[in-house]
Design a protein around this ligand. Structure first.
Ligand SMILES: [Zn+2]
Length: 71
């Protein structure tokens, strides 16, 4: 039942207002995507929990920001 604008915040349906759902979409797309590992420099790091990241290439577990690895 995916709609065009829904994105990750589509689970909220019509609730919580447009602006908030747009913001949630932005953050969640970033946090779930691949991030650059500071050890091997490949974009293979994924978020385990807020601030904790894991690189599947070199198996490094490291801290970063809550929703992305760094600036
Ligand atoms: Zn790595």
């Amino acid at each position: 039942m995916a709609t065009k604008k829904a994105g990750p915040a589509g689970r909220f349906g019509a609730r919580y207002g447009r602006k908030l759902r747009t913001k949630v979409n932005t953050v969640e797309k970033i946090q779930r995507g691949k991030h650059k590992c500071p050890y091997c420099n490949r974009s293979t790091a994924k978020r385990l929990s807020p601030g904790i990241w894991h690189c599947k290439k070199c198996d490094a577990k490291f801290t970063g920001k809550a929703y992305k690895v760094g600036e």
